[in-house]
Ligand binder design. Structure first.
Ligand code: CTP
Length: 410
């Protein structure tokens, strides 16, 4: 039995984003039932949501004679939570004061479910004491607010009041639901961190990868029920301090060659490989056995390391293989080239020239390209949120390949 979420859409320009939110929730295996206020219908039609979710939409008008009279009560039965996105000042105000002048508000008052709300409105409206007081009242009654964020608003002004982005709302809903084990049965192999190639016993060639992105993929996957093996190069902060969660098997690998050995060994037993590690492209040909003494100049002879990802992806069979592309220029073109050249199903393109995302940061902003030509932009969000999106797409490819293998009996 699937978990059900009620998505309440109210009248804001941001209503079109609710369709994306519905799709994201469904991608995670949830049943999404949509309720729309009358003003929401001026921005987006019920048909859009019915086509997306395959389920009838609860509309604002009270039932006419001959229609199901208790629909506003029955609609939410069995659901886990309600998310109002976008949530207008009007709907929040009515909810705070127990107004039930349409089916949607009646459903909200009668449902008894946890409620989350993603406000969307003009900055002055949002800051108005009446709206703030309604928000405080609702928060005190247990409503969880997601955002709003700041940015340029549909009214042309800049400021607070913008509906939080879909990925963040989605992640907040998933966190609230907890325990959705949609990756149960999947075996994930994840690499993370920066490889270090020794020069001598005390020095190495390294890179700026902190391993946070790969660790987020491993953690989120384990939280969603996958069996996870993490091949960890150098991580910052180091793994014990970051609290590797139960259920993740960790294999250490300092150099590219060590990582290749570990990946090759584990790859045969995995369903999905996510290669987030920053592998050194070169290593010192002959690292010194003793510490090299200071001299006026030093030459290092470097030789090329194996390309771990490309080598395993050559024999991937029906495994799903995802790589990361660390780029500073021509991101999309370089990412697409790596996707094809390394025989990947999915590539996650990172702009590593930006200081506010990527290396060492808790945030990332990426573009995913799939082998079948899809391009998915993930707006700046925490690495956990980005990891969730990467896993959604990798898992979707995996499920599709499994479904092709096991056609249903006719
Ligand atoms: N990778 C790998 N083995 C290497 C180098 C990279 O498995 N020797 C993997 C990385 O883990 C990543 C993907 O390949 O998933 C792309 O890595 P990136 O550093 O962006 O690209 P490179 O192939 O190294 O190419 P370049 O450095 O020229 O951009």
């Amino acid at each position: 039995m699937k978990d059900t979420v009620i998505l309440v859409v109210t009248g804001s320009v941001a209503a079109y984003k609710s369709a994306l939110l519905a799709r994201r929730l469904m991608e995670r295996g949830l049943l999404v039932k949509v309720a729309m206020t009358a003003s929401a219908e001026r921005f987006i039609t019920p048909l859009t949501f019915e086509a997306l979710t395959g389920l009838p939409v609860l509309r604002a008008g009270f039932p006419q004679s001959g229609q199901a009279p208790m629909e506003h009560i029955n609609f939410s039965r069995g659901a886990r939570l309600v998310v109002i996105a976008p949530a207008t000042a009007n709907t929040l105000g009515k909810l705070a004061h127990g107004v039930a002048d349409d089916s949607i508000l009646s459903m909200l008052l009668a449902c008894g479910l946890p409620v989350m709300a993603a406000p969307a409105m003009n900055t002055q409206m949002y800051k108005h004491p009446a709206v703030q007081s309604n928000i405080s009242t609702l928060a005190a009654r247990g409503v969880t607010f997601i955002g709003p964020s700041s940015g340029s608003l549909a009214c042309g002004e800049e400021g607070e009041g913008k509906m939080e982005d879909v990925e963040t709302i989605f992640a907040a809903v998933m966190e609230k639901l907890g325990g959705v084990k949609d990756l149960a049965g999947a075996r994930l192999l994840v690499t993370a961190g920066g490889c270090q190639e020794p020069i001598d016993p005390v020095r190495y060639i390294g890179n700026r990868s902190s391993g946070k992105m790969g660790l987020a993929v491993a953690r989120v996957a384990a939280g969603r029920g996958a069996e996870v093996t993490l091949v960890a190069a150098h991580m910052e902060p180091s793994l014990p301090g970051t609290g590797t969660p139960e259920g993740i098997r960790v294999i250490r690998a300092q150099t590219a060659v060590e990582m290749q050995e570990a990946v090759r060994q584990e790859f045969v037993r995995c369903d999905i490989l996510v290669m987030a590690a920053a592998v050194s492209d070169y290593r010192v040909e002959s690292p010194a056995a003793e510490k090299v003494k200071k001299k006026s100049a030093m030459r290092l002879d470097l030789i090329e390391n194996p390309d771990i990802l490309a080598s395993v992806a050559l024999e991937k069979g029906d495994r799903v293989v995802a790589g990361f592309a660390a780029e500073t220029e021509d991101h999309l073109a370089s990412g697409r080239k790596k996707l094809m050249a390394k025989n990947l199903d999915l590539i996650v393109i990172n702009d590593v020239s930006r200081g506010d995302i990527g290396f060492g940061s808790d945030y990332n902003e990426v573009t995913l390209l799939t082998r079948d030509g899809k391009k998915i932009e993930i707006a700046r969000a925490t690495k956990d949120v980005v990891a969730g999106a990467v896993l959604d797409h990798a898992a979707a490819i995996w499920r599709a390949s499994q479904a092709m293998e096991q056609p249903e009996a006719s």
